[in-house]
Write a protein that binds this ligand. Structure first.
Ligand code: ATP
Ligand code: MG
Length: 405
């Protein structure tokens, strides 16, 4: 089969393939880009596989970067863009059910495609759009099925992360998982414990951020992969509550963690250790800790202007998508956020300097307290955000009024 016309992203990269084949090497587009092009999905990075060894690739191009030379990956920089060019390889002697301890460069495309995880990810395409399909990946693409290349039991035993990749792709592509492949996941779910949490995290977040998260999540629960993940043992019932969420993609990873924390009914104290066990970033933890109580109030309809102000821009970008996912209309909340009289303390019409000049008797620590009281009053709409109104309001605060006697 031949993909014609070649999508723009591949046309741009085709000179790299031609250069390699003119020099006598084989070169193909491989991986996700080929799959997504055939599905007419958005194409991310165009990856290239070649029979040329890394040193041979480097000799053919003016500008290259040693991206992962020990794995055979050289990045080639061209006028049209940069492309990862990886030497055909096999991965041998898997120990500990994770990453191969070494890779062997080979000259055969077949061997390279054989090491790949799923048939739909094991397609190769040359610069004319001609597809090489050794494992009926095209049939599986048409049937919308994820099927392990070769013996699924063996493949998950080699690299347990592939089980997470299966449920991640299931959500992202809205595919089903071939029964033998799913059975092998259920059988080997416990091997996931051998995998570095950071790598599980990446697949897990991609799964839950995808529009059709319910399909991958259902398999994640059914195969008991959750039992091998930090903080998720024995949580099948709580996780199942997410299956009825409104299907929509999430763009912020913090939204994923916020939704999950809500499903698990974690409180502010418990969410930190949970996310730490997942090796999330400090920023993700800060966002989720701050937003969790606000999400509960939004769900209950009791969040006030001060809650919205304190959530800041995360209210729109992180919290509201989760609320929407829970079936809460976001437009009224968006309007309420936009209507806040100020969104930062810097927008307050009075600053520390003005307060000190107007109330010279005021002690240092009280200046902050007076400003904070004014900020709250402005956010709540109790005082206009103008200098005269604020100074008049401040004059009545105990810090100032009592200090005058
Ligand atoms: P995405 O659109 O998310 O980038 P992708 O299919 O390109 O999807 P990558 O993680 O970028 O996924 O990997 C590129 C290719 O490398 C895959 O399509 C697959 O052929 C192969 N691959 C990646 N990880 C594994 C793995 N753990 N085991 C076997 N093959 C893998
Ligand atoms: Mg990719």
């Amino acid at each position: 089969m031949r993909l014609a016309p070649l999508p723009h992203e591949f046309e741009q990269a085709a000179p790299v393939l031609r250069r390699l084949s003119e020099a006598g090497y084989q070169a193909y587009f491989v991986g996700g880009a080929v799959r997504d092009a055939l599905l007419h999905d958005h194409i991310h990075d165009v990856d290239i596989a070649t029979s040329a060894y890394p040193a041979e690739v480097k000799a053919l191009f003016h500008r290259t970067v040693d991206t992962g030379i020990q794995h055979g990956t050289v990045t080639v920089l061209t006028e049209n863009g940069q492309y990862e060019v990886t030497t055909f390889r096999t991965e041998s002697t898997y120990q500990d059910y994770r990453r191969p301890d070494h890779v062997t460069f080979v000259r055969s495309l077949r061997e390279d495609l054989q090491r790949r995880d799923f048939t739909v990810n094991a397609l190769a395409m040359d610069h004319t759009g001609q597809i090489t399909d050794l494992f009926d990946g095209l049939g599986d693409l048409q049937r919308h099925v994820l099927r392990a290349v070769g013996q699924p039991e063996e493949r998950f035993h080699e690299d347990a992360l592939r089980m997470m990749r299966a449920v991640r792709f299931q959500s992202q592509l809205s595919f089903t998982i071939d029964p033998a492949t799913e059975t092998a996941i259920a059988h080997h779910h416990d091997l996931l414990k051998k995998i570095a949490v950071e790598r599980i995290n990446m697949e897990f977040v991609k799964m839950l951020a995808a529009r059709d998260r319910a399909s991958g999540l259902a398999t994640f629960i059914a195969t008991r992969l959750n039992e091998a993940c930090p903080g998720l043992a024995g949580t099948a019932d709580q996780l199942r509550t997410m299956l009825s969420d409104v299907p929509m993609p999430l763009t912020a990873s913090a939204s994923v963690w916020l939704r999950l924390a809500a499903a698990l009914q974690l409180d502010q104290a418990a969410v930190g250790p949970f996310m730490r066990a997942w090796k999330t970033t400090n920023e993700e933890r800060r966002q989720v800790k701050g937003l969790l109580p606000t999400l509960q109030k939004v769900a209950a309809g009791t969040a006030d202007a001060w809650d919205l102000y304190n959530a800041g821009p995360d209210f729109l970008t992180v919290l509201l998508p989760v609320a929407q996912q829970l079936g809460i209309a976001s437009a009224p909340w968006q309007a309420r956020y936009a209507a806040l009289p100020v969104h930062t303390v810097g927008e307050l019409a009075v600053h520390g300097g003005t307060v000190m000049a107007r109330f010279p008797q005021l002690q240092g620590p009280h200046i902050g307290a007076v400003l904070q009281a004014a900020l709250r009053a402005v956010v709540a709409g109790r005082v206009a955000n103008t200098e005269p109104a604020l100074l008049e309001y401040m004059a009545e605060l105990p810090e100032i009024k009592d200090g005058q006697h």
